[in-house]
Design a protein around this ligand. Structure first.
Ligand SMILES: CC(C)(COP(=O)(O)OP(=O)(O)OC[C@H]1O[C@@H](n2cnc3c(N)ncnc32)[C@H](O)[C@@H]1OP(=O)(O)O)[C@@H](O)C(=O)NCCC(=O)NCCS
Length: 176
């Protein structure tokens, strides 16, 4: 497996791969911002909406490849507010259903977590659907549960569910 951190120049070349990963996850029931049915046009519009933030460096995208096929992805969105430059949000960790439980997400998160300190980001955070397998995944990597909000998002098949917010401190700004 190879992990590639997409440069802005490489982003366009992987437009279809990113759309495929989104469609596969949503069709598999993952609550990642979209509901069923999801079509290619919607997925490609989502990818195109990322282009500006990839170009200005506030979003970093990784892809995992096996035998030339993109099998997983994750994003890190760097807070750009003047007072928020210690934090970054993990988004859209997606692994093809056919490639799960092989360590792909673990490898993507390792690349992401390694990239954060050089970018001066000591706090990573994310939210996911409460009770989803993703919670087990993040806990297995040592992420801390911070709480959740009721009826936060609608699952692909139309059920409202709470979210679960997780964070990981990579370094402290004000050490005791
Ligand atoms: C959550 C997700 C990213 C995990 O990807 P993955 O590549 O299968 O995960 P890994 O193989 O790296 O798993 C690493 C560890 O996480 C835990 N884990 C992963 N999936 C799990 C599951 N379905 N149930 C319980 N634990 C799980 C296990 O401890 C696993 O180690 P093990 O396989 O040795 O037991 C994948 O299931 C997915 O894409 N889900 C749909 C999208 C989604 O919910 N994304 C998160 C949104 S924030």
């Amino acid at each position: 497996m190879q992990i590639e951190r997409l440069t802005p120049a490489r982003f366009a070349a992987h437009r279809d791969a990113l759309a495929n990963l989104l469609i596969d996850a949503v069709e598999g029931g993952a609550s990642v911002g979209f509901v069923l049915p999801i079509n290619r046009e919607t997925a490609l519009a989502w990818v195109d909406g990322l282009a500006a933030s990839v170009a200005d460096g506030s979003r970093i995208i990784w892809l995992a490849f096996k035998a030339g096929q993109a099998i997983g992805t994750v994003q890190l969105e760097l807070a750009t507010k003047q007072n928020g430059r210690n934090r970054a949000e993990v988004q859209k960790l997606l692994v093809l259903r056919s490639a799960r439980r092989l360590g792909v997400a673990r490898a993507l998160m390792a690349a992401l977590e390694e990239s954060a300190p050089p970018l001066q980001r000591g706090l990573l955070y994310l939210d996911t659907e409460a009770g989803s397998p993703a919670e087990d995944f993040y806990r297995s990597l040592g992420w801390q549960y911070a709480g959740g909000l009721p009826d936060y998002a609608c699952s692909p098949d139309g059920v409202w569910a709470a979210n679960a917010i997780y964070y990981k401190t990579l370094f402290r700004r004000n050490p005791a």
